[in-house]
Design a protein around this ligand. Structure first.
Ligand code: CA
Ligand code: CA
Length: 317
């Protein structure tokens, strides 16, 4: 039911807005609170609350249940029991980015949907009247039936640089539409994306799945290829009538969960869109990989996933 909330969670207390760009654990320390304009010595850390709505974007269909108000998320506040926010005390919370990963039951792979409206997701730090929600220890599972040393890795590359409606207008007009594309393939027909992906922990005996969306503008049928290591995946792109303003400006070329094996954990990743001598040009929308990876922790944060339905009761890390 909509309309059940009579007073917003933001109605009282001192509230500070925080932005998160990607999924991960965030640490807010004494210096950060000062930067927000809070004098940490004057607050009771037990009253710290974090409000948000998870991550991703709001649903587009108007009959889907939507978030009506922000809700409180459980966080960790170290050193709060003495009621003083000391210099060594800090807040930890899990923050999500503005984009969202979806699991496809059929292909058993993940796909990231880009939030077309925002690059950041927002949380609200509130110094409230009541004690805030805290993350509690969960009891260990007694019996474990599943054990693994690998996980489902997913990586995505996408830049929002060009708007094709803007290019189609052929003038310095503001672009429109929700489709933004990245790298242009015109003077440079082959581009290297090796540094955009990390295959260092890939399990070489398991298939890698590629997802790519590319746009080509060509008066004859064209072809785009993706080279990863020694594998080549190709897809055809239909022609478009480039002199007709009412025809599609460019056509999609998609690779959807095409699988291949790698023979190295440091493969080169390249996209080629050859010239056909008719001024054909192309743009990458996104490139994405799903693969199994060794569950090895390195210096950075490691976010790992199983496939839904899998029993994740024990993870020997
Ligand atoms: Ca303290
Ligand atoms: Ca895009």
């Amino acid at each position: 039911m909509q309309g059940q909330i009579s007073q917003s969670a933001l109605a009282d207390g001192d509230v500070y807005k925080l932005a998160t760009k990607k999924d991960g654990v965030y640490k807010l320390d004494y210096a950060f609170l000062e930067k927000l304009g809070i004098n940490p010595t004057t607050i009771d850390p037990r009253k710290i609350q974090l409000l948000g709505h998870g991550g991703g974007f709001l649903p587009e269909p108007n009959d889907v249940k939507r978030v009506e108000d922000l809700f409180e998320l459980a966080v960790i506040v170290t050193g709060e029991t003495d009621g003083k926010f000391d210099r060594s005390d800090y807040i930890l919370f899990y923050g999500a980015g503005s984009d969202q990963w979806f699991y496809n039951e059929l292909s058993k792979t993940y796909h990231r949907e880009e939030n077309p409206y925002e690059d950041e997701n927002y949380y609200f730090l509130k110094i409230g009247q009541n004690n805030g929600k805290r993350i509690e220890n969960a009891p260990s599972e007694v019996a474990t039936t599943y054990s693994t040393s690998s996980y489902s890795a997913r990586q995505h590359h996408q830049l929002d640089q060009h708007n094709l409606l803007h290019l189609a207008a052929n003038a310095n007009l503001q672009g429109s539409g929700r489709l933004w594309v990245g790298e242009q393939f015109k003077t440079e027909r082959s581009k290297d994306f090796s540094t955009s992906f990390d295959f260092s922990q890939v399990i070489l005996t398991d298939y890698v799945y590629a997802n790519m969306q590319f746009l080509g503008r060509s008066s004859t049928q064209s072809m785009v290829s993706l080279n990863v290591g020694s594998s080549t995946l190709e897809t055809r792109i239909s022609s478009t009538e480039v002199f007709e303003i009412e025809r599609d400006y460019a056509k999609f070329g998609t690779i959807k969960n095409d699988s291949f094996l790698l023979n190295s954990n440091n493969p080169s990743v390249k996209i080629n869109y050859p010239s056909l001598g008719n001024n054909n040009e192309g743009w990458l929308d996104f490139l994405e990989f799903n693969f199994r990876a060794h569950l090895n922790f390195s210096n950075e944060q490691l976010i790992f996933f199983g496939s839904p339905g899998t029993d994740w009761s024990e993870l020997p890390i």
